[in-house]
Design a protein. Structure first.
Length: 278
């Protein structure tokens, strides 16, 4: 690798970390598949393990032989830009987490069919625009055994720097892609759809018919208005989580509860069926 000392915000090459917007990173780098930024050694480690290609590192001087040393050794022949903590903070606009950023090449976009081929439980994220929320949803999905995630184009990019950081690298370990058609298109892959919403005809999350579905897509709406009415109307199920004390909605922390209940109860049902056959 080449350790490159920088003393200016105009140093050639560091625009990857400073002046390019998220949109420019996605579309303009070398006319290829784009770039995204990964923050902190632990998250960069997850990306490398999953086979993502590093392009450049930005690292505080003191971390070159410290927290980032092992990451640098694994990244091969790429430039490692380094400078003082103050210079790098003025360059990026924020203090680096654990002193290191890595620019990585975006992977080729998968098709919905590829992502869903072997999946039994998927989550559809519809119109969630906050990067922190998207990162938290991916982390919950990966931890709780969800097989894949589908994103509507109105949602925040999961490879946004903040989303990647909050997910702690879960975006690298769980298959995901964008979905362009209506959620009902998932029926062609054998999925029944379950819209999370409060309606007069919604069923409880522990509904027996729901849990018995062999392939289920759980559709989550955005932070404010939830799911569009058309999405709710087209879903095979509309699902609610019973709540106490008159609460009608829940924060994103309950997302993990939703996923966990769906996945654990479905797995338990399958295990019970297996035992009955013995």
């Amino acid at each position: 690798m080449a350790i490159v000392e920088i003393d200016s915000l105009d140093f050639p090459g560091v625009e990857l970390f400073s002046s390019l917007t998220e949109k420019q990173l996605r579309h303009s780098y070398e006319k290829g598949s784009g770039v995204f930024i990964v923050e902190s050694p632990k998250v960069i480690d997850r990306a490398l393990i999953e086979g993502y290609e590093p392009l450049a590192l930005l690292c505080e001087q003191r971390h070159v032989v410290g927290d980032a040393a092992e990451i640098i050794s694994r990244c091969g022949d790429i430039p490692v830009y380094t400078g003082s903590r103050e210079l790098l903070a003025s360059l990026t606009g924020y203090v680096l987490t654990r002193g290191v950023l890595c620019a990585m090449r975006r992977p080729a976009e998968l098709s919905v069919e590829e992502v869903c081929r072997d999946a039994r439980r998927v989550v559809v994220i519809d119109g969630v625009v906050d990067a922190t929320n998207v990162g938290a949803m991916f982390r919950s999905a990966a931890a709780l055994g969800i097989d894949a995630v589908l994103m509507t184009r109105t949602s925040c990019d999961p490879l946004n720097r903040r989303a990647v950081r909050v997910s702690m690298g879960a975006v690298f370990s769980i298959p995901w892609t964008w979905i362009d058609g209506p959620v009902s298109d998932l029926n062609r892959y054998g999925f029944r759809t379950a819209a999370m919403a409060l309606t007069d005809n919604s069923v409880s999350i522990d509904d027996a018919a729901l849990l018995a579905e062999p392939r289920l897509a759980i559709v989550m709406g955005n932070e404010g208005d939830g799911l569009p009415a058309a999405t709710i109307a087209a879903a095979d199920y509309v699902v609610r989580i019973p709540m106490a004390r008159g609460c009608r909605s829940c924060c994103r922390g309950f997302l993990a509860v939703e996923m966990r209940l769906f996945n654990r109860k479905w797995l338990t049902l399958q295990q019970n069926k297996y035992v009955e056959r013995l």
